[in-house]
Write a protein that binds this ligand. Structure first.
Ligand code: SME
Length: 168
């Protein structure tokens, strides 16, 4: 029996009730992601599990991180189809969220000037900045196959989930 065994079990036993509303799903998910992250200090491991938990709960098309590297964002941990690996500051929804250091909700990707289409299946998107000690270190991007998927509920709960990430 290892000290971390309960965390492995927790990871295997993500509790998801697919009949719940979006807000109720987030409320169920929050403490589970918090517990997963609290037991691990490696940021990549935590980003990976965070993506997996959100993808499994909501079945979004693509859930992942882009991490700041010099003047570019580079693809980080994600779940979903293969994606573009590098995005310049100010480019696309991700590069714009990085530049403005603000979350961006895109109801229809075709109406966002300069949107980068990694997958033709993506119809709507939300991107949130990821901070470490007040500095932006990347963005968190979620795409869906339906129009108008994301709203203030996603923004509020995803911001809270991202705040669980700790940086050593
Ligand atoms: N659509 C994003 C690019 C990343 S993919 O969606 C995974 C953008 O416009 O920045």
């Amino acid at each position: 029996m290892y000290a971390n065994d309960y965390l492995y079990n927790m990871a295997e036993d993500l509790v998801i009730d697919l009949s719940l509303s979006k807000e109720e799903k987030y409320k169920t998910l929050l403490p589970q992601i918090e517990a997963l992250i609290a037991g691990e200090t490696n940021i990549i491991a935590n980003m990976g599990n965070l993506c997996a938990a959100i993808k499994e709960t909501f079945n979004f098309l693509w859930v992942g991180f882009y991490l700041v590297e010099n003047d570019e964002l580079v693809l980080g941990p994600f779940q979903g189809p293969v994606a573009c690996t590098r995005i310049y500051k100010g480019k696309g929804v991700c590069g714009t969220s990085w530049e403005k250091e603000q979350p961006i909700i895109v109801p229809n990707v075709e109406e966002f000037p300069g949107h980068i289409a990694c997958s033709s299946l993506s119809k709507s998107e939300i991107v949130l900045p990821v901070f470490n000690n007040g500095n932006i270190i990347g963005v968190f991007d979620v795409d869906d196959t339906q129009l108008n998927t994301f709203n203030e509920v996603d923004k509020q709960y995803l911001t809270q989930i991202l705040s669980f990430l700790s940086f050593e």
